[in-house]
Ligand binder design. Structure first.
Ligand code: FMN
Length: 161
């Protein structure tokens, strides 16, 4: 079937939906840390506590996440724009100079994040050019730091109305 939806129009339309920004981390098969900036994070279920996010299949870290038994979703704060940009560049060695603590399965958790959700991989699903990864939250820690927002293609701050 041909795609009747123009990709740029679709990106613009989707960008009207404000999201938070996360960096999802895991270990690959060799035990090396992987991480990717992701705004596709969302809540799924309260009981059991499930969340999801999706990773583009062409990402450097796609295989690592698809095969990982555990991962951590680090919800970024307004102070972590540089970190968000760093982890949105493809490749290895993103953890150089980044302060981390060990979480579930020795997966690195980012210091200073607003919230860290430590997850066991619950299921992965084919989602077109992305893989949908569902995780069960097994531990979390949260703070009152201000969460970073992504809106219309740029970073923003949330303001209470
Ligand atoms: C704000 C923001 C949100 C992003 N959200 C996602 C996402 O949800 N899923 C995804 O696959 N890539 C997302 N990206 C792009 C990835 O961060 C980018 O593809 C990165 O290169 C992945 O790292 P890797 O190639 O080293 O695995 C986002 C980038 C930014 C700046």
């Amino acid at each position: 079937m041909s795609n009747a939806i123009d990709t740029r129009e679709l990106r613009n339309a989707l960008s009207t939906f404000a999201t938070g920004v996360t960096i999802v981390t895991c270990l690959d098969a060799k035990g090396l840390p992987n991480g990717a900036t992701a705004s596709s994070f969302n809540s799924v279920s309260m009981d059991p506590p499930l969340i999801l996010w999706s990773i583009t299949k062409t990402a450097y870290s796609a295989d690592a996440f698809i095969n990982a038994k555990e991962f951590v979703v680090n919800v970024l704060t307004t102070d972590q724009v540089d970190l968000s940009n760093k982890f949105s560049r493809s490749g290895e060695d993103k953890f150089n100079g980044v302060q981390t603590e060990l979480g579930i399965g020795d997966v690195p958790m980012l210091a200073g994040a607003a919230t860290r959700f430590q997850c066991k991989t619950w299921a992965t699903y084919d989602g077109g050019d992305h893989e949908i990864i569902v995780g069960q939250i097994v531990a979390m820690d949260s703070s009152d730091k201000q969460g970073l927002v992504f809106y219309r293609g740029g970073y923003a701050k949330a303001e209470q109305l």
